[in-house]
Design a protein around this ligand. Structure first.
Ligand code: FES
Length: 126
């Protein structure tokens, strides 16, 4: 369990619909708390590409495909992974890890989210 002094209050969980994002200040960072499919995620609202407000982007399932070779059909389907796409140029990141979907060397910092007694908090970490 997190220490109370490490928690930043976001608001009542009941006020979040899927796809909603609430921006809060966590230390010197702007952090977006996002609900997707009933789960809460928190990622820094600063895109590693050019500083865009990544948390204002669309949340969706990741589309994955398997390339079958030149001239062959590419099989595509949606995975179970929720991603968010930066509204400036479309870079997309996994919500739970912050990792860029096309290059795992690129990552947006993520934070733990705690829901206690119906209230959503971001854990500032150590
Ligand atoms: S600033 Fe986010 S994709 Fe360019």
């Amino acid at each position: 369990m997190s220490d109370a002094e490490n928690l930043v209050e976001v608001g009542p969980a009941s006020e979040f619909e899927d796809g909603d994002a609430e921006i809060v200040q966590v230390g010197r960072a702007e952090v977006g708390v996002i609900r997707a499919e009933g789960e809460f995620y928190a990622i820094r609202n600063q895109c590693p590409h050019d500083g865009g407000p990544v948390c204002k982007g669309n949340v969706q399932k990741e589309l994955v495909g398997e390339f079958k070779g030149t001239g062959k059909r590419v099989d595509q389907q949606y995975s179970d992974t929720d991603i968010i796409s930066c509204p400036w140029h479309g870079w997309s990141f996994e919500l739970d890890t912050g990792i860029h979907i096309g290059d795992d060397r690129i990552r947006v910092p993520t934070y733990d989210v705690v829901v206690d007694d119906g209230i959503v908090y971001v854990d500032k970490g150590d």
